[in-house]
Design a protein around this ligand. Structure first.
Ligand SMILES: C[S@@+](CC[C@H](N)C(=O)[O-])C[C@H]1O[C@@H](n2cnc3c(N)ncnc32)[C@H](O)[C@@H]1O
Length: 292
């Protein structure tokens, strides 16, 4: 076995796909764990709490995609509520929760899911820190309303003592050479030399057919979007959890930045793709568009 094959073997022994039929023993030892099945069943198996430093996900929007069974809207919201309620005890007090959503659409009218879901998190005692607008370039062309070109990330914390590191995600200052012109700092640069706060509107291309990250999944996260959250809300070695992991884009961002990752999905095909992507990310050969 050559060196490359040896590293693939080592990496694969550290990424496990578990199905509801197999026993979830020793799950703590896996840095990368993918559960094939319903997220609620996975959570029922966990007994060490709290575990997660960051929960980041994009749930189904109840709009009839290939991976979801459409429900009436109130049942859908109730389903989301039960899952959120079940996840929260596993989030550390210093932890963060990012729920990325768009619109539920019925008969041409839109129901922005952030508006519907935010009260649930509040009811469970979480604090909303930002409503991040993710702006992208491509999507459906609407005829009877303006075409939608943004979705939202609701970022909640469990306490005031939450992890947040701005420095790794700072962006170039608009006027980096600007200096204070009076007062005790006169003559010194007025902006932070590490760059400025990236603000709460992020323009990141969505993953359409010619994007380098495109896989079999119809609605995958761009890795750069999750990368920004992971870099600012976790430290090396922390555990990231995505209850609706799809092709594990959050796992790819975690692997690139030496965070651990657990995720769930009901599709084995998505998880197989996700496992391969995580392996390649750990080997440093997964192609992606970085956030910066
Ligand atoms: C919007 S997609 C998430 C895509 C993901 N962010 C990615 O980058 O690939 C929602 C995912 O939830 C999964 N899903 C639907 N119901 C589920 C359930 N009860 N438990 C776990 N996953 C579920 C679907 O198979 C789908 O892949």
């Amino acid at each position: 076995m050559n060196e490359f094959e040896q590293s693939i073997k080592e990496i694969n022994s550290n990424i496990k796909i578990v199905s509801p039929r197999s026993r979830l023993n020793n799950h703590q030892k896996y840095e990368y764990l993918l559960w094939h099945g319903d997220v609620r069943k996975f959570l029922n198996h966990l007994n060490h709490k709290p575990l997660f430093d960051l929960v980041v996900t994009s749930p189904p929007y109840n709009i009839g995609k290939e991976y979801e069974q459409q429900k009436d809207f109130s049942s859908y919201i109730e389903w989301q509520k039960r899952i959120i309620e079940q996840i929260l005890p596993f989030v550390k007090d210093t932890g963060n929760v990012c729920w990325q959503v768009g619109n539920y659409v019925e008969n041409g009218t839109i129901w922005p899911l952030d508006i519907e879901l935010a009260p649930i998190f509040r009811e469970f005692g979480l604090q909303l820190r930002n409503r991040i607008v993710w702006k992208f370039g491509h999507g459906l062309h609407s005829k009877r309303r303006f075409s939608g070109r943004y979705e939202v990330i609701l970022w909640f914390t469990k306490s005031n003592d939450y992890k947040f590191n701005l420095d790794p995600v700072r962006v170039d200052a608009k006027y980096p050479s600007k200096r204070h012109y009076k007062g005790p700092n006169a003559g010194r640069y007025s902006s932070n030399p590490l760059g400025k706060n990236p603000e709460d509107v992020w323009e990141i291309p969505n993953v359409k057919s010619n994007h380098i990250e495109k896989t079999i999944h119809p609605c995958q996260f761009p890795v750069g979007l999750i990368e920004k959250l992971i870099l600012s809300m976790t430290d090396v070695g922390d555990l990231v959890f995505d209850p609706f992991a799809g092709v594990a884009s959050a796992g790819v961002a975690s692997a690139i930045h030496n965070r651990r990752f657990w995720g769930c999905d009901i599709s084995r095909d998505y998880l197989d793709t996700g496992k391969l992507r995580i392996s390649k990310a750990l080997l440093g050969i997964e192609r992606y568009r970085p956030h910066d």
